[in-house]
Design a protein around this ligand. Structure first.
Ligand code: ZN
Length: 119
């Protein structure tokens, strides 16, 4: 199934061609603040409709891992840095879906990942 996603100001728009499953919310010190519902999909399932758009990136634990945000409205749109070409799209940005209807697993990043800035 195909889903369209956008940040709040529509500067960033994506299409994702994938089943809406494998959703996860993480309570680590970073993800809980962003409030993202991680939707793990292959990167080639994602089409960036707004080309050459600037995003802000927060690199927390490694240079090849990043949380990506709209520079204008601050919406958390995706996270990169997973193996095997997987990206985590923020399912809360899906235009056609009421997030109250989503089912997702919880991952206890609070216990498994140390809080604060990593060095
Ligand atoms: Zn925006």
């Amino acid at each position: 199934m195909s889903y369209s996603l956008s940040c709040h100001c529509n500067a960033i728009q994506l299409d994702v061609e994938a089943e809406l499953d494998d959703l996860l919310q993480c309570n680590c010190s970073s993800c809980r603040r962003f409030g993202a519902i991680h939707w793990y999909v292959p990167a080639d399932a994602v089409t960036l409709k707004t080309k050459s758009v600037g995003m802000s990136t927060y690199a927390w634990t490694a240079v090849n891992e990043g949380h990506h945000f709209c520079k204008t409205c601050g919406t958390s749109i995706m996270r990169t840095g997973y193996p095997n070409g997987v990206v985590a799209i923020n399912a809360a940005c899906i235009n056609e879906v009421d997030i109250f209807e989503l089912e997702f697993k919880q991952w206890d990043g609070r216990s498994k990942m140390p809080p604060g800035v990593q060095r």
